[in-house]
Structure formats: structure tokens, C-alpha cells
Ligand binder design. Structure first.
Ligand code: NAD
Ligand code: UDP
Length: 322
């Protein structure tokens, strides 16, 4: 049985990856320090014979007994309000954390895939973003802690690939949504749906003309799975190219939820990217992958999930526990 370590396994994406690898017949070790994650995302796996959970900070030395075939490094705060509150941990997990994962991979002769991000393109001057674009990042701006950690993580991963011959994969993930996002994580989809469910106005930052392209989690997981098993070591964008302004997105959520709340406008955060859309030519050509779930389908599934949660979860504060 192949064994896989998933760091950030109790988070939104990590927990869906745990499900997928269990389904594919792997032995899965999820590792997480729960700083932004939630054990409720994986509690359904606790009794599974092929699943283990390690409560551990991957920025500290990682010890995993036995063999490992694959390491998926997904540990990192991912939402702007998270990484603004815990900037040092964000930088550490993208630098010390990946170093520990790569060192572990060398010992175990495992293949590593890292969760990189469209944020490596910063506030992009090229649109849509291809993997060849080097980006437009402000290293000392508020988002720099995340963007530069991820850029460093890519550089470190390529160095282990070229210098040590380690098998590595890099996925550049664009905005992804779905069940198990934290309602209070500040990202736009849980923010809008949370506001609609609590009967609050929807907060648009800026004038809402900035764009994003939202990918449903099941499509993303499929892309990651294919990339991991491919033989391509350079970065690959995985995302849904269906681009939308944040204003249109708010209107879609208002229609979906039937809320009679209105839209209110708040200041745009510094360095908030004005536009973002993945060019997925590489994913199509190399992996035969493209997204299948439309935004209407994905949003309906996600809304059903949030509606099914106990009411008190609508009012939970972020823990950022360590
Ligand atoms: P998330 O916050 O739900 O999950 C991140 C998980 O990592 C959490 O469970 C958290 O507790 C854990 N973690 C953080 N620091 C850790 C540490 N030092 N040691 C152990 N565990 C730690 O976020 P997510 O949306 O699931 O993001 C997962 C990964 O995907 C991140 O690396 C993120 O940068 C990347 N990513 C996500 C998106 C997206 O749209 N969701 C887009 C681009 C990249
Ligand atoms: N946003 C917004 N209202 C909110 C939360 C976010 O208008 O309550 C905007 C945010 O300024 C950004 C977009 O929605 O332009 C996407 O934000 P998110 O934090 O989800 O992702 P990222 O900026 O990292 O792509």
C-alpha cells in the first residue's frame, strides 16, 4: 500500500485531499498544527484503518516512522486575514516547513508536491496568467509574507529537484472554494455566504471591479492528483478560467441565498490584485485536465454545506491556535 503524508491535512484543501487518497487506496498520514485548520474536517476519517493524524508544526523537525511514497505540502495559512494575523508563522511554514518536507522526502525517497499559488504572480501585469510570467509582487507589502514565502518555497523545491535529483511537483492554485472552508476565514465566498446567513449586508472591498476566477474543490483535487502522478516538475496552474468581478459575484450570492440584505462598500485592502485568471493550457496539454463543475453547480453545493452547519458555527471566531 502506497503511503502519503499530507501537511495541512485538517485544512480546507488538505482534508479533501485526505478523502481522495483514502478513496484511491493509499495509507494517509495527515499532519497539522490546527493553526487555521479544524479537526471537524477530518473527524469522519479517524476510525479509518488507513488514516492517521499527527498534531505537529511542520516548521519544526518532522519525524514520520516507516516508508513514504508521496508528500503533499499544503500546510500554510491561506486567507489574507489569516496570514496578516500570523505573518511570521506564514513565512516559517513556507521556508522552514518546506525545507523539513524536502529533507524528509530525501530520506524516504518520496515524491513531493507543493501547494503554490496564483499569488506568486502578485498584482499581475499579464492577463491571463501563464506559468512563464514572473509576477509583480511587493515583498514588503502586507501580502508579501504569503507571496514571498510561496515564491521561496518554489525556489527551494526546484533546488532540491536540480541539486539532489528529488522528484518534485509544483501546483499553482487559483482561488478555490467548496465545503469545509472556514466561515470566518475572511475569503470572499465564506464572507458573503456567512453574511447572507447571518442577515448582514455583504461587504465589497473597493468598487467590486476587481476580478477573480473561482474553481470548485473537486476539480482542483483532480488536477492535483493528476499532476502528482505526472512526470512534469515545473509549475502548473490549476484553476477555473471563468473570470468574474467581485460585484457580479456578490450579486450571484444574493440571488443564490435569497437574502434581502444589500451590498456595502469598504476600503480595498492594500495590494489587492485587480485581476486574476489562470491560463490552463499547460494543465490541459500535460495532464488532460480541465475544470468540469460550473460556478452555479459548485456554489449550490457549497451553500447547501454552509446551511447544514449548526447555527452557532456562523458566529465562531477564528482561533489561530498553535
Ligand atoms: P486552510 O487554512 O484551510 O488550510 C491550511 C492548513 O495548514 C490548516 O489546517 C492549518 O492548520 C495548517 N497549517 C498551517 N501552518 C502549519 C504548520 N506550521 N504546521 C502544520 N500545519 C499547519 O487553507 P487552504 O485553503 O486549505 O489552503 C491549503 C494550501 O493551499 C495552502 O498552502 C495555501 O497556500 C494553498 N492555496 C490555497 C488556495 C485556495 O484558494 N484555497 C489558493 C492558493 C493556494
Ligand atoms: N473581498 C470583498 N469582500 C470580502 C472579502 C473579500 O470584496 O468580504 C474581495 C477581496 O478584496 C478580493 C476578492 O474579494 O478582491 C477575493 O478575496 P479573497 O480574500 O477571497 O482572495 P484573494 O484576494 O486572496 O484572491
Amino acid at each position: 500500500m502506497k503511503r502519503v503524508l499530507i501537511t495541512g491535512g485538517a485544512g480546507f484543501l488538505g482534508s479533501h485531499l485526505c478523502d481522495r487518497f483514502i478513496k484511491e487506496g493509499f495509507y494517509v498520514i495527515a499532519m497539522d498544527n490546527l493553526i487555521t485548520g479544524d479537526l471537524r474536517n477530518i473527524e469522519h476519517l479517524f476510525k479509518h484503518p488507513n488514516f492517521e493524524f499527527y498534531h505537529h508544526d511542520v516548521s519544526k523537525f518532522i519525524h514520520v516512522p516507516g516508508e513514504l511514497d508521496y508528500i503533499l505540502h499544503f500546510a500554510s495559512p491561506a486567507s489574507p486575514i489569516d496570514y496578516l494575523k500570523i505573518p511570521i508563522q506564514t513565512l516559517k511554514v513556507g521556508s522552514l516547513g518546506i525545507h523539513n518536507c524536502l529533507g524528509l522526502a530525501r530520506v524516504k525517497k518520496a515524491r513531493v508536491i507543493i501547494a503554490s499559488t496564483s499569488e506568486v504572480y502578485g498584482d499581475p501585469l499579464v492577463h491571463p496568467q501563464t506559468e512563464e510570467y514572473w509576477g509583480h509582487v511587493n515583498p514588503v507589502g502586507p501580502r508579501g509574507v504569503y507571496d514571498e514565502a510561496k515564491r521561496f518555497q518554489e525556489a527551494m523545491t526546484m533546488a532540491y529537484h536540480t541539486y539532489h535529483g528529488l522528484e518534485t511537483r509544483i501546483v499553482r492554485i487559483f482561488n478555490t472554494y467548496g465545503p469545509r472552508m472556514r466561515l470566518n476565514d475572511g475569503r470572499v465566498l465564506p464572507a458573503f455566504i456567512g453574511q447572507a446567513l447571518r442577515g448582514e449586508d455583504l461587504t465589497i472591498f473597493g468598487d467590486g471591479s476587481q476580478t477573480r476566477s473561482f474553481c470548485f474543490v473537486a476539480d482542483l483535487v483532480e488536477g492535483i492528483y493528476r499532476l502528482l502522478l505526472s512526470d512534469y516538475a515545473y509549475p502548473v496552474n490549476i484553476g477555473n478560467p471563468a473570470e468574474i468581478t467581485i460585484k457580479q459575484f456578490a450579486e450571484e450570492i444574493i440571488k443564490l441565498t435569497g437574502t434581502d440584505q444589500k451590498i456595502v462598500y469598504k476600503p480595498l485592502p492594500k495590494d489587492d490584485p485587480k485581476q486574476r485568471q489562470p491560463d490552463i493550457t499547460k494543465a490541459k496539454e500535460i495532464l488532460g485536465w480541465k475544470p468540469k463543475v460550473t460556478r452555479a453547480e459548485g456554489l449550490a453545493i457549497t451553500y447547501d454545506y454552509f446551511k447544514s452547519l449548526p447555527k452557532e458555527r456562523l458566529y465562531e471566531e477564528a482561533n489561530h491556535r498553535d
